[in-house]
Design a protein around this ligand. Structure first.
Ligand code: ADP
Length: 700
């Protein structure tokens, strides 16, 4: 993943998570502080280490310096002791004959005192005798600072740098011993020479006195430092005693003549000492040039050494060489790196451990909040039952999670209650709507009936008037026809058929007028009411209509289940049933089955009356006609029908508190049911006017 995407993801996580924010807040100081702390520890550690090494090398330098001085002073003491030797005083003032004897004495003294040369000088500084040299220096030696001091009466020791000639003058053997081949050295100051032939010596002189303490002359002696490994080994042994340096380091000591190593225990290779090699130009300029003491790390021959160089001055104060001590730095540095490494490791392990602990702790602290957040998201997705559940933490956040669940429970309960209310409200609204639409329907029907009753009332009045007006002329026509037939007698033979036809048609007019009057004023036609056996009336009706059925192949099925009598006018019931049966027969011109059923009308275990069903298997009634068949003058039998049969039947039945219902499917026939009460209920529809009928159309 690219660094950019990683940064984006981290930023997004920081924005969206409180835990990430607080963790960043806690860990950021750790992430920034630990590296800074480690850097500081590294810097301070290294500085302290440098200071420690500088202190050590500076104290080593002091020890080496003291030892070097002690050796120098020791040489002075040896010369002084020899000068105070009783035997030497005896030879002074010197006699010529005693010169050989004196040289031998000086030679013995030089060997005994560990001196490389020994001269006896007179009070002017001229050499009287020499230990080893057959040809002692001819010139007076009073110019040398040590000799000058001795001539003045004080023993004195200096360090002196001698040229090859001056060495030759003292002792040719000394010159040979001092000679060193120069080894080319990296970083040293350029030097065209290939040989170092000068010498560095401890130079001591002490006055020789007679028994009374009067000065007789001076004894001058010295030790050559070139190649004097004894001194550097002893300095090394004293400064770096066994066990004073860590394992693997080693101490070194060196004497320089100018910048050339003339005595050293620094090794080049294969055990060969680095004699004739030279110090780096930087050290040379610092120590010999400026006269300062160098304390610090320096590259010595082939390795880094913690080094101390201090200038060595001669009797006149001129810098003629250097004293060096040092030890190999590598083991110290390794020890430092090991210590710092261990420290860093401990730091990193502790920080890592702390971070892991913080992360886990933060997770346990923020777990309730994160679970609450997850629950909110699940609830938003529609999981109403999502809950935080039991959390381990008992702090404020843990209690908050518990309260949150409680809140969700309360919300869910309220929501359920609201939903229940809403459902109840819906149900109430639906009920009210239904009631309203029922009321509307009632209203609509009432309006229809009102309109219809108005029409019927008008028709009724008109019909009654017209019927009366027609009845009289018809009666006149029939009366006159009878007169005509009686008067004509046999003469009416040719027109008898026409007279019978006129009679028939006049009779038909009278019947129609009677029906019209019955429709307009049904009360005028009502007879007396009696208890009637409906099964017997049905049988009578069948008998009366049988001649209609014989022409068509109609089968009759009868089921007489009714056991209750009804109170009704017998001929009116007969009229209703005959009307229904004739309609059924007319609906089956090709034949079929006529079913007549009588059964008890029982509601809620209460016997209310009887139901008479007239069913046929004819063409049925078209759905659009169902609502009109009970209307007066509605007929589909053009020419032959009056459209009054059903309407009069309904009016009759309704007058007794009953009703007629119809059920029909086109092509499958029709069933008319007449519902009759045991006892008439005349005021069943008190609000209904004379021509207002109420009928139910089952299945409509
Ligand atoms: P009419 O018989 O003189 O037409 P009705 O009032 O008796 O008058 O009947 C009205 C109409 O009802 C009929 O014209 C007919 O269309 C329909 N009808 C009545 N009874 C039946 C039946 N059983 N089958 C089919 N149609 C019927």
């Amino acid at each position: 993943m690219s660094a950019c995407r990683l940064r984006e993801r981290l930023t997004a996580r920081l924005r969206s998570s409180v835990r990430a924010k607080l963790l960043a807040l806690v860990l950021a100081p750790l992430a920034v502080g630990v590296p800074i702390l480690l850097g500081l520890v590294w810097t301070w550690g290294t500085q302290a280490y440098e200071r420690l090494l500088t202190y050590k090398i500076s104290s080593d330098m002091v020890t080496a310096h003291e030892y070097f001085d002690r050796v120098r002073i020791g040489v002075g003491h040896e010369v002084q002791a020899a000068a105070e030797s009783h035997r030497l005083a005896l030879h002074l003032p010197l006699r010529a004959s005693a010169e050989v004897e004196l040289s031998a004495l000086l030679a013995n003294l030089a060997v005994a005192r560990g001196l490389d040369f020994l001269h006896l000088l007179d009070r002017d500084g001229r050499v009287l005798a020499s230990a080893h040299n057959e040809f002692p220096p001819a010139l007076p030696r009073a110019a040398w600072p040590a000799v000058a001091a001795a001539l003045a009466g004080d023993a004195h020791t200096t360090v002196e740098r001698l040229t090859a000639g001056q060495l030759e003058e003292i002792d040719p053997a000394l010159r040979r011993r001092a000679r060193l081949d120069l080894v080319p050295t990296r970083a040293a100051a350029p030097d065209p020479r290939s040989v170092e032939d000068r010498g560095l010596i401890f130079h001591a002189a002490a006055p020789v006195r007679d028994a009374q303490g009067r000065p007789l002359g001076v004894l001058e002696g010295g030790v050559l430092l070139n190649g004097n490994l004894d001194i550097v080994d002893r300095i090394n042994a004293i400064v770096y005693r066994e066990g004073s340096l860590p394992l693997g380091s080693r101490g070194t000591a060196t004497l320089f003549l100018d910048d050339v190593r003339i005595a050293t225990n620094v090794h080049l290779f294969e055990g060969r000492r680095a004699l004739g090699t030279r110090v780096s130009q930087a050290v040379r300029d610092y120590v010999l040039g400026r006269g300062e003491t160098w304390l610090g790390t320096a590259f010595v021959v082939n390795d880094d050494y913690v080094s101390g160089y201090e200038p060595v001055a001669d009797g006149r104060g001129e810098r003629v060489g250097m004293l060096y001590v040092g030890f190999l730095e590598q083991p110290f540095r390794s020890a430092l790196h090991l210590a710092l490494g261990a420290l860093f490791l401990v730091f990193i392990v502790l920080s890592g451990w702390g971070t892991v602990l913080s992360l886990r702790w933060a997770r346990s602290v923020f777990q309730p909040i994160e679970r609450m957040n997850a629950v909110i998201q699940r609830v938003e997705r529609g999981e109403a039952a999502a809950r935080v559940g039991e959390v381990a933490s008992r702090d404020e956040l843990g209690r908050l999670a518990g309260e949150f669940d409680h809140l969700l429970d309360t919300l869910a309960a309220k929501r359920e209650e609201l939903q229940r209310w809403a459902e109840e409200l819906d149900a109430k609204v639906a009920e009210r709507t239904r009631e309203l639409s029922e009321a509307n329907e009632h209203l609509r029907r009432a309006q229809q009936q009102l309109v219809m009753s108005e029409k019927l009332a008008a028709i009724g009045e008109l019909t009654a008037g017209v019927a009366h007006e027609i009845n009289n002329p018809v009666a006149v026509i029939q009366g006159n026809l009878d007169v005509l037939r009686d008067v004509l007698g046999e003469a009416a033979g040719p027109v008898r058929g026409e007279i019978r036809l006129i009679h028939q048609q006049a009779d038909r007019i009278r019947q129609i007028v009677t029906k019209l009057l019955q429709f307009a004023r049904p009360g005028d036609f009502a007879g007396y009411v009696e208890e009637v056996d409906v099964n017997a009336v049905l049988a009578d009706c069948l008998l009366l209509t049988r001649h209609n059925m014989e022409k068509r192949r109609i089968e009759i099925e009868r089921r007489k289940h009714a056991s209750l009598p009804v109170e009704i006018n017998r001929s009116e019931l007969q009229q209703v049933l005959i009307n229904l049966i004739v309609n059924a027969i007319q609906a089956m011109p090709q034949g079929g089955t006529l079913t007549l059923v009588s059964e008890n009308w029982v509601e809620h275990d209460l016997p209310l009356g009887v139901v008479l069903r007239v069913r046929d298997t004819g063409q049925g009634i078209a759905p659009e006609n169902l609502s009109s068949i009970f209307d007066p003058f509605f007929t589909t039998k053009k020419g032959s029908g009056t459209g009054l049969g059903l309407s009069i039947s309904y009016t009759i039945v309704e007058r007794y508190g009953g009703r007629i219902t119809v059920d029909s499917r086109p092509g499958e026939g029709a069933e008319f049911a007449v519902w009759l009460r045991r006892e008439p209920l005349y005021d069943a529809a008190p609000e209904a006017p004379r021509f207002m009928r109420r009928w139910d159309i089952a299945g409509a």
